[in-house]
Ligand binder design. Sequence first.
Ligand code: B12
Ligand code: SF4
Length: 469
Amino acid sequence: MRAMRLYLINPSNPLVSIVHVKESRWNRYRVWKPLGLMVIAGLTPRDWDVTIVDENLGAPDYPAMPRPDLVGITAFTSQANRAYEVAAHFRGLGVPVVIGGIHATMCLDEVMERVDSVVTGEAEGVWPQVLDDARQGRLKRRYDGGLADMNAVPLARHDLLPRRYAFGAVQTTRGCPLNCTFCSVTAFNGAKYRQRPIPDVVREFQSIHEKHVLVVDDNLIGTRPDHIARAKDLFRALARANLRKQWVAQATINFADDEELLTLAAKAGCRGVFIGFESPTPEGLREIGKKFNLLKGRDFRASVRRIQRHGILVVGSFIIGLDVDEPGIGKRIADAATEYGVDNLNTLFLTPLPGTRLWDQMKADDRLALGAFPEDWKYYTLTFPVARYKHLSREDIIEEMLSCGRHFYSLPRILRRVWDNVWRRRQPLISLVGNLSFRGNIRLDRTAYADFQRHLASRCSTSAPSAMA
Ligand code: B12
Ligand code: SF4
């Protein structure tokens, strides 16, 4: 049997500033590996000749590449347009195209019209069948992987990507019970927190050549005591394996509540954590359903300090554009993040993503300001105001976002943070790089917003009001 050739493609989204590596060299540290495709490659029998194409590293010359027998495309919502362009190119050559991932799952009908076959949900349970069917020329229109058995998650093929990334990537758990209104994770990966066997995770870490690794889990430590116990076991195993890796992860603020957990995480190589604070006000937290942050008596500053004392940097994430947000919210977020003492701040526009509770609500209330799909999906990056916000017009909310960046990333505030890290011997260099990278992006964001506004002005549909109030 001749080897079948498979291309697995991660489409770019030209509007996402984090992929503009050329404009800002700091952005090298913010381009991450397409782990989903590396897992699909890990599920693919070795008699297939697999190439992973990450368009974030530069547009490939597809016509100059050998003709594949099958193309698999992944896509977040924001990548859907480019995914369709790539699909059209290969279908034009008579090559069957399969698409999978979150957008395909949430917007099945739209996707079905543009590809030969769709895999919804997690692919572990169905991908071997897809390949067999493709080999026999009898691909079905749809396969549904549902939720995978975590024992069936293969080692991702870390060997298939070039060594140009700053970070490797690994996943240890899936699913989240918290189901925040704006987030797709519970809808896609389920409410049950599922964990991979620890030996698999250690082996996968060992196969990653980068020194720095992103643990992509949405919440590495989970929510319940048994989840925390598992996280501790994982950290002990990673420390025992003596990997000499430094990694960053996402967690909820309860990471700070257990000294033993923090000690073990640091010993295992944890150097940074992304924490979703989401809103500086209890009303905001209630609006989006982030119950964990509402815990009575929670002192965010003390929690952040406790994490940092273990040599772990904290990146705080906030959302702008909630119904409770009024003019002044940008500065308010910057001040709250400064008061909490986070090392970096990442603020995003409230964005209704398909499949979320927020999407259902905003769609029902006719609050999608950019609703010409699939064309408009490229703006669903959380870096453009795509909805109608209650108290902020489009111009207002952009100004609030810029004001937030200006306040948090003012040079005096950056220097104070970096000095604090020098003083406490806490990775001052990484802190400086991170702060300058975010500061550098403010200029790019300003240009992107101007283009966005021009684009909307040139569209007749912009006659609709841009804010509710
Ligand atoms: C790591 C990550 C990133 C990395 C991206 C790395 C990369 N290129 O993949 C970074 C930080 C760059 C990133 C950026 C963004 N992200 Co992000 N990200 C994640 C995160 C936390 C993990 C993704 C991951 O690696 N999962 C592990 C792999 C194994 O799972 P998977 O990709 O889902 O793949 C499985 C299936 O989907 C399926 N599958 C996937 N692709 C394919 C392809 C084929 C052919 C087949 C058959 C099957 C298949 O099989 C795989 C195995 O089961 C997810 C949350 C999550 N739980 O998924 C959010 C998530 C995907 N991100 C999200 C968003 C919104 C974004 C941004 C738009 C905004 C932002 N700033 O966060 C940007 C946009 C980037 C862009 N290019 O346009 C949303 C997407 C929602 C949506 N509808 O699109 C998610 C779900 C988070 C959320 N809170 O809702 N992200
Ligand atoms: S935002 Fe975080 S805590 Fe909330 S549902 Fe998504 S993954 Fe879970």
